[in-house]
Design a protein around this ligand. Sequence first.
Ligand SMILES: [Zn+2]
Length: 456
Amino acid sequence: MRITKPTKKKKKIGPVGVVILAVVILGPLAAAGVGALFLMEDMEKPTVALYPLIDAVSLKKEFTVKAEDPGSGIKSIVVTAGQGLKKYTVLRKSYDALQKAVLETFSLEKAELRGGEFDLQVVVTDGSFFNFGAGNSARIDRRMTLDMAPPNVRPLTPTHYMRQGGVGLVVYTVSKEPERSGVMVGDRFFPGFKQDSGSYLCLFAYPRDMEAEDYKPRLYAEDRAGNERTGFFVNMAIKRRFKEERVEISDEFLAAKMPAFAAQYPEARDPVALFLKVNGDQRRKDEAVLRDLGRKTSPKPLWNGPFIYLPGSSVLGSFGAERAYVYKGEQIDRQYHMGIDLASTPKAAVPAANDGVVVFAGDMGLYGKTVVIDHGLGLQTLYGHLSQIDVKAGDAVAKGRIIGRTGTTGLAFGDHLHFGVVLSGLEVIPIEWWDAKWLEDNVTQKIRRFGGEIPQ
Ligand SMILES: [Zn+2]
């Protein structure tokens, strides 16, 4: 890869100097002094860069060309791919209005290349009158390899019993180092993580809101060249029945909870409208935060045996319940409840459900004061509505360590803990992780048999 840098040849010549130069050099053509001015205007070359910086590509891989010329502007970009005597233009752009900076993308799909080596050439020309009007140009020449062989992805674990709202573990191998691999469920991606054994572990979910007939998880691997492969693996999708819960919204509740959100949704004209904004829009925003946190995960399992729950607590609200929100006898909203609400005594001490690293400690929309602990492989636990937080992001915590106290922050009805198990940003059913037998049969045993370090 070569990135052509601007050559600093431009000399500082003032208008007087230019005129003298024009007279001296051009002599009888002194009348062309104006032209000489243009000639001197921009002798700087444009700059050009090509991404990604890889040597092997597929026909589908998307390239980005970045060209800049703050002086006279970019006039054209031409990208060609040559193999043997054949040359194919894969991108040709010219700009009527000269551009200071341009970003263009292209792929090799239109080039009739065969697998093997080829030469990629990018030529960028600016709009200066240099070279008697042809402009300055910068170019990149790269010898590359066209790789059209997708990686092979093969499951090692035989069968996966997936309960709606729950999680499974697939162990698989990939024939060549992938750029990314894992399991696709609809448009959700659950990443797999390479272990020292060379095989990959991937925890993936059967989302609560997906019907059994639509649940078709696929193994997925993409290599650096951009070749993709999806693979079937055996899944038994087991439907689960979820509760319906009725939540009464009182004026007292709105008066107590809504002021904290008013500044974020100034368009809401009354407390009920504001509640609907918070219960809908804010919920989606919180989901986006959880998806980002899901990427901050250890590539190895950090948990150690079954997860624990809030001691001495009873279940106030169950996972996956479809909640009808009722105000003055009328249903105003419906949402899925994606955690378990556990109630103990007010301000009860909350233990970390398992070993891990705190990835979030602070305010999170509906959940109020919240802690999120990463347990590796995309698996995290969430503790919402806390009155007090006793840890900070980055802290390593052991199972049972007190991380805070229950409370009523966020959209909480009375003192309780919203406990969530989150997989790559999606809340999944917590009970599986509390259940020693489920954990052994569905996770630990598979890791022990098919590769990777075993969580105790
Ligand atoms: Zn809850």
